[in-house]
Design a protein. Structure first.
Lengths: 71, 260
């Protein structure tokens, strides 16, 4: 799956934790059922990781336009 | 709980799991991943101890940034290794089952969903593209401003700085929209994440775009060229690209279609 366009700047560098947490906490398939705890309810983690996982309302507020306009 | 007093951690789901288990990668809790087959699908799982991953301990540990970082990296390492060998549907972090039968049951119950998701990620990878607002250029003062008194000159200079900064931010946001739309044309689908805070992103400049794109592997080169081209074209933003990632951002139910 490594394509010819693999960015040389990024390759070999340690993956940034923020990028990883964006994905593993807000992406992936969420399963409920025979599970003790799934972070389907991200609020569990938000307590201390809020700043990290972003949702970064402070930054958004400082922007002149809402993010929805990208879509 | 499993017979040895632990839980079963689900990394992801593949189709035919032969050779794709990534048993050589130390997984979460330092235990090698293994496979559970059911309904023509394979669950890539690992055994984790109750003292650290039981419900009570897990809730506490998820609040511990070091623990979370270590666990997220271990989860990702297994998925990245599996993704190199074939399509995989990643699970959200901390998807746990009481035992193998529970994981197998979920494979059976949601077989159609997993097959659909496997088809979406097959021969495709996720790429991340972030844009930061570039620092605005220092405004040039004309002779009239220089000739005015120090108070007036200061006010003029300050106004020019504020205008330049406002313009640069508007330009950066406009560039971010264009970049997102243009890259979406080379991608199968696209998804936006909220911008990361400057101190966490490790960049003083504000982030104006935090996007993920699902790109066909055979178009990865074209996508990278598009990123490079846009970076040259849009001087009000600085672009960074990450990947390839397992398709974390394109397997959830809530993921909408691309920007096309």
């Amino acid at each position: 799956m490594t394509g010819p366009g693999y960015d040389p700047v990024v390759q070999g560098e340690r993956i940034a934790l923020v990028d990883l947490l964006d994905r593993v906490l807000a992406g992936g398939v969420v399963i409920v059922g025979d599970v003790t705890l799934s972070i389907a309810d991200v609020d569990l983690v938000r307590v201390s990781v809020r700043a990290l996982v972003s949702s970064v309302s402070a930054l958004m507020d400082s922007m002149d336009e809402p993010r929805q306009e990208y879509g | 709980m499993t017979a040895d007093g632990g839980w079963v951690w689900l990394y992801g789901v593949t189709g035919d799991g032969a050779g794709a288990v990534a048993a050589d990668v130390p997984g979460v809790d330092g235990r090698a991943p293994r496979a559970i087959a059911a309904a023509g699908l394979t669950a890539i799982v690992g055994d984790v101890a109750d003292r650290e991953y039981g419900e009570v301990a897990l809730r506490r540990n998820l609040e511990d940034l070091d623990w979370l970082a270590r666990t997220a990296r271990a989860h990702h390492a297994v998925l990245a290794a599996v993704a190199e060998r074939g399509p995989v549907v990643p699970m959200r972090l901390a998807t746990l089952f009481t035992d193998d039968a529970g994981a197998a049951g979920t494979l059976r119950e949601r077989a159609a969903d997993f097959r659909r998701a496997l088809a979406v990620v097959d021969a495709r990878s996720e790429w991340g593209v972030k844009a930061y607002a570039a620092k605005p250029a220092e405004p040039v003062l004309d002779a009239a401003s220089q000739a005015a008194g120090p108070g007036a000159a200061y006010l003029r200079r300050r106004r020019a700085q504020l205008n330049a900064s406002k313009d640069a931010r508007q330009e950066a946001l406009a560039s971010a929209r264009t970049v997102y739309a243009e890259l979406g044309r080379v991608a199968v689908s696209a998804r936006l994440y909220p911008p990361q805070a400057p101190d966490l992103a490790g960049q003083p400049a504000p982030m104006v775009l935090n996007a993920a794109f699902l790109v066909a592997d055979k178009q990865a080169g074209e996508f990278a060229s598009a990123v490079t081209g846009l970076a040259t074209e849009h001087r009000f933003v600085q672009l960074t690209m990450t990947g390839p990632w397992p398709a974390y951002s394109f397997v959830g139910e809530g993921d909408g279609p691309g920007p096309r």
